[in-house]
Design a protein around this ligand. Structure first.
Ligand code: PGA
Length: 244
């Protein structure tokens, strides 16, 4: 269960969140928990989460380790700041910041080289779903990106299926719709990396996951967890999602 805070919260607000959140999830041992705050809050989050089961992640990384790349942050820097996870290829990065399947692959390889665990996002836009192109889009994103990882590299990533039309809109995919897309993704993994990899890879659903819809989603065997935006910002709501 991963929280994507996007561009929200200051270090002080991060500290307050963990003070409220950690006691609420102290007994939640059925899943891994991650919070991905903005870069500038990683240190505060790592410090606040110390000794708990909550891992910290970044929301992006650049694929070079260092250099003259003003404004960018590298995998080794994120790792050194105490984070374990990194979200890659979120649809907001694809839509607003020119992320492509090729750069998703570069970032994923760089994250793995730095010892970070990538959460790689895929998902279709509303027009693509309405044109029955969901499977085509997922196939293109998979084959153009993470399908070029080695078998060992692939075994270390988590995939997040995030239909763009469901992100931040309150329009959640039905459990059946999400499970169908997860089956498509798992089929692509099967074709490229084999049945063992397909059964082991964790596929999270993301897009308007809330305390009142998480249970139905998680009842689908295809859905291994959730990537949660808005509802991860408040300790009580993310804790009830974690403890679905
Ligand atoms: P949302 O965001 O839960 O606010 O829809 C999900 C995401 O973008 O990861």
């Amino acid at each position: 269960m991963a929280g994507n805070w996007k561009m929200y919260k200051t270090p002080a607000q991060t500290k307050d969140f963990f003070a409220a959140f950690l006691p609420l999830v102290a007994e939640a041992k059925h899943c891994e928990i991650a919070i991905c705050p903005p870069f500038v809050n990683i240190a505060a989050a790592v410090d606040a989460a110390k000794g708990s089961r909550v891992g910290i992640g970044a929301q992006n990384l650049y694929w070079k380790n260092e250099g003259a790349f003003t404004g960018e942050i590298s995998g080794p820097m994120i790792k050194a700041s105490g984070a374990e996870w990194v979200i890659i290829g979120h649809s907001e990065r694809r839509q607003f910041f020119g992320e492509t399947d090729a750069t998703v692959l570069e970032r994923t390889k760089a994250a793995l080289a730095a010892g970070l665990k990538p959460i790689v996002c895929v998902g279709e836009m509303l027009a693509e779903r309405e044109a029955n192109q969901t499977d085509v889009v997922l196939t293109t994103q998979f084959n153009g990106g993470i399908a070029s990882l080695s078998t060992d590299e692939f075994a270390q990533i988590v995939i997040a299926y995030e239909p763009v039309w469901a992100i931040g809109t309150g329009k959640v995919a039905t459990p059946d719709m999400a499970a169908d897309a997860h089956r498509t993704i798992r089929g692509l993994v099967n074709a490229k990396y084999g049945a063992d990899a397909a059964s082991k890879v964790r596929i999270l659903y993301g897009g308007s996951v809330k305390p009142d819809n998480v249970k139905g989603l998680m009842a689908q065997p295809e859905i291994d967890g959730a990537l949660v935006g808005g509802a991860s910002l408040e300790a009580g709501s993310f804790a009830s999602i974690v403890s679905f």
